[in-house]
Design a protein around this ligand. Structure first.
Ligand code: 5GP
Length: 215
């Protein structure tokens, strides 16, 4: 059987948002296991690591000065201040991966996502929601890493964030982690199969038939 050379497909930038405590990192870790071709962009932040978090794995933990240098050097897709800390997503690795026809997911809160939407309208936006807002506050308390004041502040932010879900392309409910992760992977795969990202494959087939189909 002849092998068909795979024509170059266009990659896709996927932005995943959702309120604090909804389980974005947990879901994304399962996404990476389900499809190792999906790159997870690692954000930079000035917040202090939580117990169990590792530099270069969960985040790139930066000082304020280091972070501001990244802003000046235009190294970030976007950055935002969230609960008193800077968060931003470095561009280079993600853009290189996408340029090779792959998908990359960056996790960004809604303000940052709005900025990315303006700058990169071709990106795909997924909102990860909890099964209910009651479940969200239970999860925030269950983390046992923050004071009740901080939890209430995150919950208030979440109340606003949920209103922004209307602007997203997809909503995934994180009731069961594996199911939510598999839904994210399905969205990414479908997006990669869109005709608009595979025009060169169609061009290739047409080219291949040119001799045979001359009238
Ligand atoms: P946490 O401190 O709970 O890890 O994250 C707080 C918020 O920052 C979350 O809503 C998370 O989605 C968001 N976040 C993480 N990385 C980025 C980023 O690169 N840019 C922006 N704007 N927000 C981010």
């Amino acid at each position: 059987m002849d092998t068909i050379p795979v024509a170059k497909r266009e990659g896709v930038l996927v932005v995943l948002s959702g309120p604090s405590g909804v389980g974005k990192n947990t879901v994304l870790n399962v996404v990476a296991k389900l499809d190792s071709n999906i790159l997870l962009g690692i954000s930079a932040t000035t917040r202090t690591p939580r117990p169990g978090e590792t530099d270069g794995v969960n985040y790139l933990f930066k000082t304020k000065k280091e972070f501001e240098r990244m802003i000046i050097n235009d190294e970030l897709f976007e950055f935002a201040e969230y609960n008193g800390n800077y968060y931003g997503s470095p561009k280079q690795e993600v853009q290189n991966w996408i340029a090779m026809g792959n998908a990359a997911i960056i996790e960004i809160e809604v303000q940052g996502a709005n900025k990315v939407r303006e700058k990169y309208p071709e990106a795909i936006f997924i909102f990860l929601a909890p099964p209910s807002m009651k479940a969200l506050i239970t999860r925030l308390r269950g983390r046992n890493t923050e004071s009740e004041d901080k939890i209430q502040a995150r919950y208030k932010t979440a109340c606003y964030e949920i209103t922004q879900a209307y602007h997203y392309d997809y909503i995934v409910i994180n009731d069961d982690i594996r199911e939510a992760a598999s839904e994210v992977v399905q969205i990414v795969h479908s997006e990669l199969m869109r005709v608009k990202r595979n025009k060169s494959t169609i061009d290739f087939f047409i080219e291949e038939t040119k001799q045979d189909c001359k009238e």
